[in-house]
Ligand binder design. Structure first.
Ligand SMILES: [Zn+2]
Length: 252
């Protein structure tokens, strides 16, 4: 009975998602991207990304052209994680910084309270696939689409907010991935600064790489996928320093 009800709800949500997509996007699943034209678009271009013509956003103003040139964005991937997301959130709060969390669907489903806390504290969320399979762009087109739609439903169910951004696991983009993202009326999110914190290279290296950030950059860090103590220790030092340069952190 319980299982049947779950399946039924998923069917309803799935239908709603398809209907919304066909209608141009206004509601629960894939609301369309109301913020901006697609990355690389020129004034007057359609706000709906065209399959095959988009590229992942690498600069803040690719996603939010209205923000100041010195705005930078911190993106935090592979959570939510019960051990590493809370101290990351504490650190962001202590520094008065809001970030963008790229959530993995199964983890959003497992830790809905963390998704709610992320959103309640003013951060934004990005769809980072359901199970983070890699290489992502080697999946079948159907599997790629399923990964995105399943994660979208999981995040909506956990936090009540439908992400407008999708980041491919590992940054594994392809024409199929990009066209699927465009078809779902989402925006592909890349990055500029990758300190490779996931590989735990030591805080000295992570700090040096993050301090290379320039105005307009999108920074990549992680709160999942392993022990993130180095990431948190690095951000504790780096965030006040970047703020001290006058860089304003914005959500995407
Ligand atoms: Zn990832």
């Amino acid at each position: 009975m319980r299982q049947a009800r779950k399946v039924s709800r998923r069917r309803v949500l799935g239908w709603a998602t398809r209907a919304v997509t066909l209608a141009g996007g206004m509601a629960v699943g894939f609301p369309g991207h109301a913020l901006a034209a697609p990355p690389g678009a020129r004034p007057g271009d359609s706000a709906v990304p065209h399959a095959g013509t988009v590229r992942p956003a690498r600069r803040v103003r690719d996603v939010r052209p209205e923000v100041a040139h010195d705005a930078i964005a911190l993106t935090i991937d592979d959570g939510p994680h019960p051990l590493w997301t809370p101290p990351t959130l504490d650190l962001l709060r202590d520094n008065g910084i809001q970030a963008t969390f790229s959530l993995i669907g199964i983890q959003a489903r497992a830790h809905p309270a963390l998704v709610k806390r992320i959103l309640a504290e003013g951060h934004s969320v990005c769809n980072h696939s359901m199970t983070h399979p890699q290489p992502f762009n080697r999946r079948t087109p159907a599997a790629i689409r399923q990964q995105i739609t399943d994660a979208q439903l999981a995040i909506v169910e956990a936090g009540g907010v439908a992400p407008q951004l999708f980041r491919a696991p590992g940054g594994d983009w392809s024409t199929v991935v990009l066209s699927t993202v465009a078809d779902l009326r989402m925006v592909p999110l890349g990055w500029d600064i990758d300190p490779r914190d996931w590989a735990r290279p030591g805080t000295t290296l992570i700090i040096r790489r993050l301090l290379a950030a320039r105005p307009g950059d999108i920074l990549l860090c992680h709160d999942g996928g392993g022990n993130r103590a180095q990431t948190i220790a690095s951000l504790r030092l780096v965030l006040p320093m970047l703020k001290g340069r006058g860089l304003e952190f914005v959500t995407l």
